[in-house]
Ligand binder design. Sequence first.
Ligand code: FEO
Length: 169
Amino acid sequence: MINEKLQAAFNDQINKELYSEYLYLAMKIFFVENDLTGFVNWFDVQVQEEHAHAMGMFDYLGERGGSVKLEAIDKPVFNGKTPVEIFEEVLKHEEYVTSRINALLDVAEETKDRAAIIFLNWYLKEQVEEEASVGGVLAKLKLIGDDKKALLMLDKDLATRVFNPPVIG
Ligand code: FEO
């Protein structure tokens, strides 16, 4: 049976992963409206990844005899009006998620739940990849600047991103 404090922290993180899914869905609209279909694909994959992250914790709580409590998902908020501004916000959001996973690990350590620590290490590694992937797109967008041709080349590149269902834990 999972400790109650740890269970609450997991439930909070499930909500944050679902918020991430919702946020990226909202950001995708900008790219749909600007006919950047490769970026749309990138966000489609991102949305699926966030859903998988939430469901990984959802299933884990069940396995551990815990109880999932779903709360309201906040309205997605971002202010970016260009691809580079939006990706700056994606990176900021992923850095925030990394800090939340670390906080969740702190609770797992505090409650001496070694199984949860091992499980959460997967999320920590995933965050390193997430930040690197987003940071890579952002760096290219900064190099591209106002060059529309180069932006279309990056769009073509992002069209190749594929969702691989993660094996969590
Ligand atoms: Fe689930 Fe992008 O962190």
